[in-house]
Design a binder for this molecule. Structure first.
Ligand code: AP5
Length: 192
């Protein structure tokens, strides 16, 4: 069974490739950004409490995000999962490990996308007019990138250090090129 984690900066193509991967391998696509935006759109108490964080490009509290993914992950049945945008800091990575150990469902693949900052900003800027996302301004995109550089290194090192242990494989994939080209690289990495 495939249980995949996608890591990458804002605009690196996590959501785009997650759709493709989850369709191709019939995985449950769990995007914490999407789950949070749904809460904001529905104006739930949780949504109202996190709206400002999203608009500013800051991370939402770890326990809130864990609460959102917990039900999804524990009710997957025989389906594998694809986590998009989670974990985002080392505490989330540890919380996820504890949860997955409890339900005996280990991560099989971690894929990190690499894309230059100029390309990321340009992609987010291009999407701004159609996405309707409060965080798709160039200013907030820069803040999101800075949050990513602050917290992601520890998460990447956490998984890189586990590469080839307990069946986990870590891959770094060049996220530049056409969507098809990037997907082809992922297929090689997953080799499944
Ligand atoms: P989230 O929704 O996860 O956003 P993000 O990480 O900032 O990433 P994006 O959605 O901007 O980009 P992406 O990598 O998915 O790329 P995409 O495929 O869309 O998080 C949003 C916020 O929620 C966070 O800032 C935080 O506040 C909160 N949050 C979420 N998870 C959290 C967590 N775990 N803990 C705490 N808080 C959390 O592509 C981007 C654009 O590029 C699109 O227009 C696309 O069409 C285009 N594109 C894609 N691939 C290519 C390509 N190969 N070539 C050219 N263009 C491409």
């Amino acid at each position: 069974m495939l249980n995949v984690v996608l890591i990458g900066p804002p605009g690196s193509g996590k959501g785009t490739q997650a759709k493709r991967i989850s369709e191709h391998w019939s995985l449950a696509h769990i995007s914490t950004g999407e789950l949070l935006r749904e809460e904001v759109a529905r104006k739930t108490p949780l949504g109202l409490s996190v709206a400002n964080k999203l608009a500013q490009g800051l991370l939402v509290a770890d326990d809130i995000v864990l609460g959102l993914i917990k039900d999804k992950i524990t009710s997957l049945g025989s389906k594998g999962f694809l986590l998009d945008g989670y974990p985002r800091n080392i505490e989330q990575a540890r919380q996820l490990n504890r949860l997955l150990e409890q339900i005996k469902r280990p991560i099989t693949h971690v894929i990190e996308f690499t894309v230059s900052e100029g390309e990321l900003i340009s992609r987010i800027q291009n999407r701004q007019s159609v996405s309707g996302r409060s965080d798709d301004t160039v200013e907030v995109a820069r803040d999101r990138l800075s949050v990513y550089s602050q917290y992601s290194r520890a998460v990447i090192e956490f998984y890189e250090s586990q590469n080839s242990f307990d069946g986990l494989q870590f891959f770094r994939v060049d996220g530049v090129g056409s969507v098809d080209e990037v997907f082809s690289r992922i297929k090689v990495a997953l080799n499944y």
